[in-house]
Design a protein around this ligand. Structure first.
Ligand code: S3P
Length: 191
C-alpha cells in the first residue's frame, strides 16, 4: 500500500507498532548491526529498546570484557539468559538486540522461542570483520585472527540463528532505511 512505502509517515509507524504483539529479538553475529538497527526499529515502532549486553553491563556494573575475564563465558551465558528472562517476563512488546552468542545457550533459545519473535540479521564475514575492527570490547575476538574467529563462530551458529528466526534480513547490501523497511514488512510473520 502507498503508506508502506513512506518511511517518514508517523501513521504508518503507529500501525506497525500496533501489529507487534510480543518482544522482537534481533539475533546474529557481532557486527551484524543489531544494536544500531534495533534502536532505529524501536523508534519506528515506538517501543522500548534494550541491548542485552548494555543491560548486563548496567546490572553488574562491569564491561562485557571484564565479565568474561572474571567469570568466563559459561557464567556470561547464564547471566545473558537471566537478562532475557527478566526483560521478557511479561512478554510485552519491545525491541531487544541480543549478544551474538545468546543463541548458543539452550535456555536462552527456549525463552526466545516461547516469548519473542526473532529476526536474524545477516552479513558476510568480511563485513563483520570491518565493523568489529578497532573495537576491543568483544573478548572472543581477542584470541586470534578476527576473520578466522568470526568465520568459525558463524559456521557453528548459523543453524541456530536459522532455527530460531522467523525470517532473516541481510545488513551488508542495503541502506539502514531499506533494511528497516524490510524488517517492518516482515513483522507480519511474527504471529
Ligand atoms: C558475543 C557477542 C557480543 C557480546 C559478547 C559475546 C558473542 O555481543 O555478547 O562479546 O559470543 O558473539 P554483540 O553481538 O552485540 O557484539
Amino acid at each position: 500500500m502507498m503508506q508502506e512505502q513512506d518511511n517518514n509517515n508517523p501513521q504508518k509507524s503507529a500501525n506497525y507498532g500496533q501489529s507487534v504483539a510480543r518482544p522482537i529479538v534481533l539475533i546474529g553475529m557481532m557486527g551484524a548491526g543489531k544494536t544500531r538497527l534495533g534502536q532505529v526499529l524501536a523508534q519506528k515502532l515506538d517501543l522500548p529498546f534494550y541491548d542485552s549486553d548494555a543491560v548486563i553491563e548496567r546490572t553488574h556494573n562491569t564491561t562485557i570484557a571484564q565479565y568474561f575475564e572474571k567469570y568466563g563465558e559459561a557464567a556470561f551465558r547464564e547471566t545473558e539468559y537471566e537478562t532475557f528472562e527478566r526483560l521478557m517476563e511479561n512478554a510485552a512488546p519491545m525491541v531487544i538486540s541480543a549478544g551474538g552468542g545468546a543463541v548458543t545457550h539452550a535456555k536462552t533459545r527456549d525463552i526466545i522461542t516461547k516469548k519473542a519473535c526473532a529476526i536474524w540479521l545477516e552479513a558476510d564475514v568480511s563485513t563483520l570483520v570491518r565493523r568489529c575492527a578497532g573495537n576491543d570490547s568483544r573478548p572472543l575476538l581477542k584470541s586470534g585472527d578476527p576473520h578466522a574467529i568470526l568465520s568459525g563462530l558463524l559456521e557453528r551458529r548459523a543453524p541456530l540463528y536459522a532455527e530460531l528466526a522467523q525470517f532473516s534480513v541481510r545488513t551488508d547490501r542495503h541502506s539502514i532505511d531499506d533494511i528497516i523497511q524490510t524488517i517492518l514488512n516482515g513483522l507480519k510473520q511474527c504471529k
